[in-house]
Write a protein that binds this ligand. Structure first.
Ligand code: ADP
Ligand code: MG
Length: 258
């Protein structure tokens, strides 16, 4: 029998040997490893979720009224699995291509309305002549759900969420919430709510990772993710909001050329 290779055996976290082993590596490398291992475990759980959904689906006649929700659940789990795969790749890059933003929004509508709950109405106005956007469909999906979650949290007594798309051209560089966006053609996606709104001081900090006004309920990772995802496509985010008068968040994604 071969002697066991000590280096291939995982060392218990926090042990003296583990500490000595990891001391030579940067905190960033260790964080990346931790994220990858969590993503791996979450992915395993999602396999269970998808398998169980499939089992339920097999036991229902295709005309059963629960079928559409079941397929929303399966689609969401599949997308989540896709996100975890990306977390397992070091420096995972977005997959940019020409995306039909209206179609992505259409596909997300049922899942979004489940996120919002019954007290929030949802409307959409999607421009018929919308340009294709140079973006990553999965990342766009993540942005929509982050924005809808925040809108829901801002409307505890109910309200309306509106999703609008339009073409827009910036004739000059434009300073947006967290970066400057260059002049050019953009596809704009605006998510508006009738919720509690934000003071100027909250608007100034809302994109900071871990900034939250929602005490223990908030993680403060939604808006920093939206900004990061928009930047991945070389787009930007802008915000209009007033306390008590709702919020409009507009994501600009570059028009796909060609
Ligand atoms: N639609 C919105 N209406 C009101 N406030 C918002 C909205 N979206 C974001 N915010 C503010 O920005 C903060 C940061 O949002 P986010 O990063 O998603 O963190 P979290 O939702 O966990 O608090 C929120 O705590 C809230 O103060
Ligand atoms: Mg949030």
């Amino acid at each position: 029998m071969q002697p066991e290779d000590a280096t291939s055996r995982p060392l218990p976290r926090g042990s003296a040997v583990h500490a000595a082993e990891t001391a030579g590596r940067s905190q960033d490398a260790r964080d990346a490893e931790f994220v990858a291992s969590m993503a791996h475990d979450v992915n395993n759980m999602l396999t269970v979720v998808m398998g169980s959904i499939d089992q339920v689906g097999l036991q229902l006649p295709p005309t059963h009224p629960a079928f559409p929700d079941l397929s929303v659940a399966r689609d969401a789990a599949r997308r989540a699995a896709g996100m975890t795969k990306r977390l397992m790749l070091p420096g995972g890059q977005p997959a940019l291509s020409a995306i039909d933003v209206n179609a992505t929004i259409h596909n997300a509508l049922r899942g979004l309305s489940r996120t919002l709950g019954e007290r929030i109405a949802m409307t959409h106005e999607l421009a018929a002549d919308l340009w294709p956007a140079h973006t990553d469909a999965e990342e766009l999906w993540q942005m929509l759900f982050n924005l809808a979650t925040n809108a829901r949290d801002a409307m505890p007594d109910g309200g309306t969420l509106r999703i609008r798309t339009r073409n827009t051209t910036l004739t000059a560089h434009c300073t947006m919430a967290t970066r400057t966006v260059v002049a050019g053609d953009y596809v704009a996606i605006e998510v508006t709510d009738t919720g509690i709104g934000m003071s100027p001081s909250v608007q100034q900090r809302m994109f900071e990772p871990h900034f939250s006004t929602r005490a223990a309920a908030g993680r403060g990772l939604g808006m920093s993710a939206v900004a990061r995802l928009a930047h991945d496509s070389r787009g930007g985010v802008r915000v209009r909001s007033e306390p008590g008068r709702g919020t409009a968040i507009e994501v600009l994604l570059p028009r796909a050329q060609g």
